[in-house]
Design a protein around this ligand. Structure first.
Ligand code: DC
Length: 234
């Protein structure tokens, strides 16, 4: 079974997807982390977003892996644990640019499909229900007001020791949404058959319960089983 969760930054999809996967005992895949890892590599190596040849090589040779450690998923780039580095302001500020070119998207979508082969998965991103897994059994599109999303981001930043005003965060989120929704390839968009969930005012527990209940109902209708394999690296 594939559960696709899309939505803009701060809509609650990452925390929800992670918790839904844990509750169902299936794999969680954060596709945004993969785009962030490529962005980190390019920034470190001075690869410009319009240098298609260098970008193609960087993506083709990037060894991105996920590992579960102490109940948390960590991401590795060429063997280095970059879980914290990919959340830096520098990466967050540029990821919408580096995730847009076709050479990046084609390769990462291929990797995402490989990870899902033969296993049940909760996959979250921007184009999961529309492009990566258009046949996903369950699709959700999570939204929340910009103010609510800014508040959630503020908590994420506080945990990193970064102080930002709500006004600045709303502006940053709105700009990232604009870039993610207007790019030519696989823009952020609700799939026609996805269920919209407005998480403004919902607790994380309510969001998780909502999707878990839908998944359980789906499975109880005899629509499939949950395979045992949860290994993230194909
Ligand atoms: O979910 P996130 O904020 O970590 O995602 C980082 C960026 O990656 C986001 O600005 C858009 C891009 N992204 C994408 O284009 N397609 C996906 N499936 C996931 C993320």
């Amino acid at each position: 079974m594939i559960i696709a969760i899309d939505g803009p930054a701060g809509s609650g999809k990452s925390s929800t997807a992670r918790a839904v996967a844990a509750r169902l005992g299936i794999t969680y895949l954060d596709t945004g982390a993969m785009y962030r890892a490529i962005t980190l590599r390019c920034l470190r190596e001075g690869i410009e977003v319009d240098d298609t040849a260098a970008l193609a090589t960087a993506v083709a040779t990037a060894d991105i892996r996920f590992e579960d450690r102490d109940g948390a998923t960590r991401i590795f780039l060429g063997g280095e644990d970059v879980t914290e580095a990919i959340r830096s302001e520098a990466v967050t500020g540029r990821v919408s640019d580096y995730c847009a070119p076709a050479v990046v998207r084609q390769k990462l979508v291929e990797e995402q499909r490989k990870i899902a082969l033969g296993r049940s998965i909760v996959c979250e991103g921007r184009d999961i229900g529309t492009v990566v897994f258009p046949d996903a059994e369950l699709k959700f599109f999570m939204t929340a007001s910009p103010e609510e999303r800014a508040k959630r981001r503020q908590l994420d930043f506080q945990a990193l020791g970064v102080v930002k005003t709500t006004v600045k965060l709303v502006a940053e989120i709105t700009e990232r949404d604009r870039k993610d929704s207007t790019r030519d390839l696989s823009p952020l968009r609700k799939a026609p058959d996805a269920e919209a969930i407005d998480t403004t005012g919902m607790t994380l527990e309510e969001q998780v319960d909502y999707i878990v209940n839908k998944a359980v109902a789906y499975l109880q209708q005899g629509n499939g089983t949950v395979p045992a394999s949860n290994n993230l690296n194909p």
